[in-house]
Design a binder for this molecule. Structure first.
Ligand SMILES: [Zn+2]
Length: 344
């Protein structure tokens, strides 16, 4: 099979499942750490590279919390957000729905209005200066329970930043039943936000059903265990409910034991709309281009197949119809101009 990396690198892409703090690359963390010399995070690039070397899930949580601790002021929020967009622009990501967890920041003392202004300011600058269109998914950190749900709903609906399009639920699934969050999702949906909870990453297909019925999910974050239930796969395929698949994340968190056993093949064979995403890319030692390369290998795709995956993300996005047509056309133009490399 030919090397798809150059094709993937230049392909215009949309990303639908990627976390704000979880996207802080070593470069960004070192900038933030330089602003806060009292933090325990190293600023020296080599020490930082070691710090970012994934060892196990507990280490991932340590790194993640250290980065959370570096984001203390609206200026830190702005820097993080804009620099995440810069890393996206380098990968030819044109559109991203970035999952933001405002509860974690406001609870740590960042003023809520300042937080919203910072992300919006970064969003506008990213679009104007980098050509990256950002939209927000505000997500409830499930481990913080209903208090976090109520606060996230209030922040989303009362302060509603212009770029906000969706409402999510993340964190652990075990012990965090989806239906409990129904009243908050009902409010968010009534206010016009799309429902995109994580489900079926670390628990079985019933959690995905719960996300669909109780939280009226329009896409599912991960949905890995959906393949255990053929009826569920049929339902997802029939209703064009996309799965936000993040292969490397699934291995890093051990949601899937081995990349070769990743169920993305069963998902596509069942006709489910599969999108490829990076989740917390630097913390899992990946980026979106690498996730596309992994998916291409697992699904035995050529350039056209990879372009079709990229178009799935456009279809499943919350872009308006004109925005979807424009990005899909960019993908088609790019693919048509690519030299034919097939030997056959
Ligand atoms: Zn996630």
């Amino acid at each position: 099979m030919n090397d798809l990396h150059p094709f993937i690198a230049g392909l215009p892409k949309a990303e639908l499942h990627v976390h704000h703090v979880g996207s802080a690359s070593p470069r960004i963390v070192s900038e933030l750490a330089a602003h806060h010399p009292d933090s325990k995070v190293p600023t020296d690039p080599e020490a930082l590279a070691d710090f970012f070397t994934f060892t196990d899930f507990a280490h991932f949580i340590d790194v993640y919390l250290s980065v959370v601790d570096l984001v203390r002021t609206p200026e830190d929020v702005r820097l993080l957000t804009f620099e995440v967009a810069r890393d996206m622009a380098r990968q030819n990501i044109r559109y991203a729905e970035l999952t933001v967890t405002p509860f974690s920041s406001t609870r740590r003392g960042i003023p809520e209005v300042g937080f919203m202004e910072a992300i919006e300011d970064a969003r506008k600058a990213a679009e104007a200066e980098l050509g990256v269109v950002l939209r927000w998914c505000f997500d409830i950190p499930g481990e913080a329970g209903l208090e976090a749900a109520a606060e996230t709903t209030r922040l989303a609906l009362d302060l509603r930043p212009e770029g906000l399009v969706s409402f999510g639920l993340g964190g652990p699934e075990i012990g965090v039943d989806r239906p409990r969050f129904k009243p908050y999702f009902d409010q968010a949906i009534a206010a016009g936000l799309h429902s995109v909870p994580h489900a079926g990453e670390t628990t079985g297909p019933q959690t995905v059903w719960d996300a669909l019925t109780a939280l009226r999910a329009e896409r599912i974050g991960h949905g890995t265990s959906s393949v255990q239930d053929p009826k569920l796969l049929d339902h997802l395929a029939e209703h064009r409910i996309a799965l936000e698949v993040c292969p490397t994340s699934n291995i890093a968190t051990r949601a899937v034991a081995d990349l070769e056993l990743h169920p993305v093949r069963e998902m596509t064979e069942a006709g489910v709309l599969v999108t490829i995403n990076s989740d917390d890319p630097p913390m899992f030692g990946t980026d979106l281009n690498n996730e596309y390369a992994v998916a291409a290998r697992l699904l035995a795709l050529d350039e056209r197949g990879v372009a079709a995956l990229a178009k799935n993300a456009v279809e499943a996005s919350f872009l308006d119809p004109a925005g979807k047509r424009k990005l899909a056309a960019e993908i088609d133009t790019y693919t048509a101009s690519w030299p034919a490399t097939s030997a056959g």
